[in-house]
Design a protein around this ligand. Structure first.
Ligand code: SAH
Length: 366
């Protein structure tokens, strides 16, 4: 029989569970506090009796995810986790310590069904959607990494914590397509805001462009950030690298995205991976990163409230692309700037620990 997962119990269920073990009511509150800080086991819960800690660890699991691998980048800024779910599926999450706070990139699905040609996450297909608890547990893993049990005199208050010791930002940009799991993602965001105090504006959902999902976010009405994985400025090119474009055309995706940002007066984030291809001489030719495509992208976005994040492609062995040179990346950016488009080049983080989407999970499955 699998052990019950305490984090998944309601307060009433947790009180009942502990009551059955002969524990007083206040125990549930103490344990809930530890769970909300990401305590991986009862042994870490310092203010409960030692015998109870031992008993609890033998009959129950604390969080719905377990760390099976933890990698630290050489610069100490990025920590990447490979996590195991209760049914043996694995997911990744990444903690990034930045000048503006601590950002966690969470997965929304085990695997992905979208089939984007440049991405590692989709290579093994979709296994299943994550529950809201499984998404939430990823930020708790990061929270524990940041602060561990050193919290007793300080509540978690990420928006005002000068010590920068708490998770302050969430990006739903890990494995999976969040808008194929929209209701659980919404439930997760509501709880991250309510229970961890993370502001709507510090939470970003990234989508490959599922129009009904964007419409659901508009109806939901919270002023979070929306990021669109565009990667190509024409339908012809986009359909070649992103099969979802055969279902929702560029104009439909952007139309929905502008409606979202107009509702909340927010800037839209556009993600644009810069891809090259090796020719038969072994040289890299630009693919979606040519000056012509930079001009086309500028036309598409002219006058709109958006920021283009240029992402030099993180190499994935199984994928038939190449990363363009630094010069080519800057040339592409210069054209956008000349045309008045806000843009920045995304700093690569943790490339020494395989931080490109889905690589850790993929390598683990090999
Ligand atoms: N499915 C969602 C969120 C997950 S992907 C989406 O498509 O937005 C998060 C971002 O990483 C997307 O912009 C995706 O296109 C990009 N990405 C995927 N593989 C990458 C790689 N090898 N190098 C750089 N970025 C990659």
């Amino acid at each position: 029989m699998t052990k019950p997962i305490l984090f998944n119990l309601t307060d009433a269920e947790l009180t009942q569970f502990l009551g059955d073990m002969g524990q007083p009511k206040f125990r549930a509150k103490q344990i809930r506090e530890w769970l909300m800080r990401g305590a991986p086991d009862a042994a870490s819960m310092k203010n409960i009796p030692e015998t109870l800690r031992r008993d609890l660890d033998s009959v129950a699991q604390m969080l719905p995810v377990k760390i099976i691998k933890k990698l630290q980048s050489a610069d100490g800024e990025t920590t990447k986790f490979l996590l195991e779910l209760n049914d043996g599926e694995t997911i990744e999450c990444v903690l990034m310590r930045t000048t503006y706070g601590n950002s966690v990139c969470v997965s929304s699905q085990a695997g992905c069904a979208m089939g984007c040609r440049f991405c590692a996450s989709t290579l093994l297909g979709l296994k299943r959607n994550l529950t809201a608890n499984e998404i939430f547990a990823q930020i708790l893993i990061a929270q524990w990494e940041l602060r561990g049990d050193k919290f007793s005199d300080k509540p978690i208050r990420p928006n005002g914590d000068a010590n920068n010791n708490d998770v302050s930002h969430i990006v739903i940009m890990g494995t999976g397509e969040p808008l194929q799991n929209t209701e659980n993602v919404i439930d997760f965001i509501e709880r991250a805001n309510r229970d961890m105090g993370i502001g709507w504006r510090r939470i970003t959902v990234s989508t490959c462009g599922i129009v009904p999902g964007i419409e659901r976010l508009i109806e939901w009405g919270r002023p979070i950030n929306l990021a669109i994985s565009l990667h190509a400025p024409t339908d012809e090119l986009r359909s070649q690298i992103m099969p979802i474009n055969n279902k929702y055309k560029l104009s439909q995706v952007l139309d929905a995205a502008w409606r979202f940002t107009d509702t909340h007066n927010r800037q839209l984030m556009i993600e644009y991976i810069l891809l090259g291809r090796r020719n038969e001489n072994g040289d890299t030719e630009l693919y979606n990163a040519t000056p012509e495509y930079a001009e086309k992208l500028s036309e598409l976005l002219a006058g709109k409230n958006c920021m283009v994040n240029l992402i030099p492609w993180n190499a994935v062995d199984e994928r038939d692309f190449a990363s363009p040179s630094g010069n080519a990346v800057h040339r592409f950016q210069d054209i956008l700037i000349k045309n008045g488009i806000h843009t920045r080049i995304r700093r690569e983080r943790g490339t020494d620990i395989g931080s490109a989407c889905g690589q850790l999970r993929l390598n683990n499955a090999k």
